[in-house]
Design a protein around this ligand. Structure first.
Ligand code: TMP
Length: 204
C-alpha cells in the first residue's frame, strides 16, 4: 500500500479528530506529507454543502435528500481533493467518508442502505484502503463533550447514537479486510498507539 487512503469513523465524540491529527503527525515524522481532510467537507464546494447539511432544523431534509447532499459533497471532495492527492503520492487521512452515510443515513434512520449503496457505486465507486472505527459507549462520548454542539445533528439523542455505534460495528464485520475497530474508551495516547501499530503492519 504505497499511498494509502485512510479514514476514521465512529459516533459523534468518539475522538476521531484527535486521532486524525496524531496519525498525521506520525506520517509527517516519516517525512510524508499527508492530506488531512474531513467529511462532510474537504473541498470548497463540499464545505458549502456542509453548511446546508449542518444548519437549520432537524427536519430540514428528508433522509433521501440528505443522502444526495452527502454524496454530492463526497463526489466534489473526491474529485477535487482526494484523487489529486493520491495521484501526487500523498497519503490521505479523512475524518469520515462513505461509511458514515451507510450508517447514519443507511441504517440508523431508515432502511435506506440499498439506496446509499447504489448511489455510492454510481457516483463514488471508491473505498478507503484502511478504516479505523473508534468504538465508544455513546454515554461516555456525551459526557466528554465540553461544548454543546450547535448543529442539526446535535440533539439526535442517546438512542440514536447507540444505533449508530451498532451500525459501525456491523460495518466492521461486513468489511473485515479494511476495517479495524479500536477501543475509544482508552486514553488518546493509547488509541494513537493502537492506530500506529496497525499502520506499522499495514503500511510498512
Ligand atoms: P462531524 O461532526 O464529524 O463533522 O460530522 C457532522 C455530522 O454529520 C455528524 O453528526 C455525522 C453526520 N454525517 C452523516 O450523517 N452522514 C455522512 O455521510 C457524514 C459524512 C456525516
Amino acid at each position: 500500500m504505497s499511498t494509502p487512503f485512510i479514514t476514521f469513523e465512529g459516533i459523534d465524540g468518539a475522538g476521531k479528530s484527535t486521532q486524525v491529527q496524531s496519525l498525521a503527525r506520525l506520517f509527517r515524522k516519516m517525512n510524508r506529507d499527508p492530506l488531512v481532510t474531513r467529511e462532510p467537507g474537504g473541498s470548497a464546494g463540499a464545505e458549502d454543502i456542509r453548511r446546508l447539511l449542518v444548519a437549520g432544523d432537524q427536519g430540514r431534509w428528508s433522509v433521501e435528500t440528505e443522502i444526495l447532499l452527502f454524496t454530492a459533497a463526497r463526489r466534489d471532495h473526491l474529485e477535487r481533493s482526494i484523487q489529486p492527492a493520491l495521484k501526487a503520492g500523498r497519503t490521505v487521512i479523512s475524518d469520515r467518508f462513505a461509511d458514515s452515510t451507510r450508517v447514519y443515513q443507511g441504517a440508523a434512520r431508515a432502511s435506506t442502505r440499498r439506496v446509499v449503496d447504489r448511489l455510492h457505486s454510481l457516483m463514488i465507486g471508491r473505498e478507503p484502503d484502511l478504516t479505523f472505527i473508534i468504538d465508544l459507549d455513546p454515554a461516555i462520548a456525551l459526557s466528554r463533550r465540553r461544548v454543546p454542539r450547535a448543529d442539526r445533528f446535535e440533539n439526535m439523542g442517546l438512542d440514536f447514537q447507540k444505533a449508530v455505534r451498532t451500525g459501525f460495528l456491523a460495518l466492521a464485520e461486513e468489511f473485515p479486510d479494511r476495517c479495524v475497530v479500536v477501543n475509544g474508551d482508552d486514553s488518546p495516547e493509547k488509541v494513537a498507539t493502537d492506530v500506529s501499530d496497525v499502520i506499522g503492519e499495514r503500511c510498512p
